[in-house]
Design a protein around this ligand. Structure first.
Ligand SMILES: [Zn+2]
Length: 117
């Protein structure tokens, strides 16, 4: 294996920091491990008319789906970091072959090679 693990580890740790920062802005950890995040509720805001109620609910829905996306990405990044610890990083989880470097450059948390997307 000729890939630069340290390079990808740095990329993954940067991505993890960014994801956790983004999650921190729209949600809060609902468990100490930080695996599950809740949307910050709008209950402290007093809606003054119907439009405000509607937009408040809409914001809540958007946060929920954004959190879901970020949570999934964070999960993938954590999984990749675990593989670095185990020494299996860069190995396709389907075929056990090496994942193409350019694929890892595009997506450092890729689990599989180009043949097993
Ligand atoms: Zn494969």
């Amino acid at each position: 294996m000729n890939i630069d693990i340290q390079h990808f580890k740095t990329l993954l740790e940067n991505e993890k920091n960014t994801l956790e920062k983004d999650l921190g802005q729209i949600g809060r950890k609902s468990d100490p491990s930080g695996v599950v995040w809740d949307s910050i509720s709008q209950e402290n805001e007093e809606p003054t008319d119907r439009d405000d109620v509607a937009s408040s609910i809409e914001t809540f829905d958007n946060n929920e789906s954004a959190i879901l996306v970020l949570e999934t990405q964070l999960h993938e990044v954590n999984h990749a970091l675990e593989k670095i610890e185990k020494g299996t990083y860069g190995i396709c989880e389907v075929s056990g072959e090496e994942i193409e470097v350019e694929r890892l450059e595009a997506n450092p948390s890729a689990r599989t090679c180009k043949s097993h997307l």
